[in-house]
Design a protein around this ligand. Structure first.
Ligand code: AMP
Ligand code: FE
Ligand code: FE
Ligand code: ZN
Length: 292
């Protein structure tokens, strides 16, 4: 039997990646992946195209979505697999998140313009190319296109990051409520990059224990480009202790992130098989709703 390679957390142009869903799946085939998980931020809109491409390339698609949530004001990303995209309660919440993404854009554009980097909402929309999930990376791309910064990293470090002068927060549901919504929609709930970007102080062992025991968290990403060796070892031990499924994934964004090549991290086949079993048991849709 060939070794199964599964990269379960990637992004397309439907959110802030730079490959279309079809290009992403073609890249997955070239990277000799057997399974590709598409987890665009706060939307399922890329899954149908990705599924068609997956059929073409002989790659298996795991239907995902990366849910923007918060705990006491700190942004926390939750990867959801196999949700019914037509689940009403989840759809309402995702609509609110995406509306808030669009609504803050004008304010951030104004702050950047006042800071001496004149750009327009149209600049950003041109970079976003019709994405239903407008994000700071698209604003970064507009700043690059105007020649103000060299790349997304510089845009975030100087202007757009959480502690930077032109950052405007947006609506995100509470993490515990989000896990409940995902589970009720038939999905599997996994903490994305839990100890990256200073989140270790929010996602403490005590809190993760509560999320598992009282709220049905299924897994955590252990192997992620933003976790160093020490963090991986600690999270691996913690996952075993709490009986959390341990995931590995690239968080690929195409050329939007340089340290995350497709397939640089993968998830164990036994974990992937368990994800499929849980989705089936909960009445979800591992490969997308339209496919049954
Ligand atoms: P937003 O969801 O619009 O608040 O923007 C946050 C998104 O920006 C995250 O999901 C990341 O994908 C992306 N991001 C954060 N930091 C950086 C960075 N330094 N370079 C490129 N993308 C980033
Ligand atoms: Fe992203
Ligand atoms: Fe994330
Ligand atoms: Zn991601």
């Amino acid at each position: 039997m060939s070794i199964l390679r599964a990269d379960l957390h990637t992004h397309s142009t439907v959110s802030d990646g730079t490959d279309t869903p079809s290009e992403l799946v073609a890249q997955a085939a070239r990277a000799r992946l057997d399974v590709i998980g598409l987890a665009d931020h706060d939307t399922f809109a890329g899954l149908a195209e990705a599924y068609a491409a997956a059929q073409h390339w002989g790659v298996e698609l795991l239907a995902g979505m990366e849910f923007s949530t918060q705990r006491n004001g700190s942004s926390i990303h939750l990867v959801a697999y196999g949700c019914d995209p037509d689940n009403a309660a989840l759809a309402v919440e995702l609509d609110k998140v995406r509306a808030s993404r669009s609504n803050r854009l004008a304010t951030m554009v104004q702050l950047l313009t006042e800071a001496g980097l004149p750009i327009t909402v149209a600049d950003v929309r041109a970079q976003a190319g019709g994405s239903p999930s407008l994000g700071r990376p698209h604003i970064a791309d507009a700043l690059v296109a105007r020649g103000y910064v060299a790349n997304r990293d510089e845009a975030f470090a100087t202007w757009l990051g959480d502690d930077c002068p032109c950052y405007v927060p947006r609506y995100e549901p509470d993490l515990i409520d989000a896990i409940g919504l995902v589970r009720a929609a038939g999905g599997v709930a996994v903490m994305a990059h839990p100890w990256a970007r200073g989140r270790r102080s929010v996602l403490t062992e005590a809190f993760l224990t509560e999320l598992v025991h009282d709220h049905g968290l299924d897994g955590i990403e252990v192997f992620h480009p933003e976790h160093d060796e020490h963090v991986r070892a600690e999270l691996g031990t913690l996952a075993a202790k709490l009986e959390l499924l341990p995931f590995g994934a690239s968080d690929y964004h195409g050329t939007g992130k340089t340290n995350n090549p497709l397939g640089c991290e993968t998830t164990d086949v036994a974990v992937y098989t368990e994800v499929l079993a849980r989705i089936q048991a909960r009445g979800g849709y591992p490969h997308g709703r339209m496919l049954g």
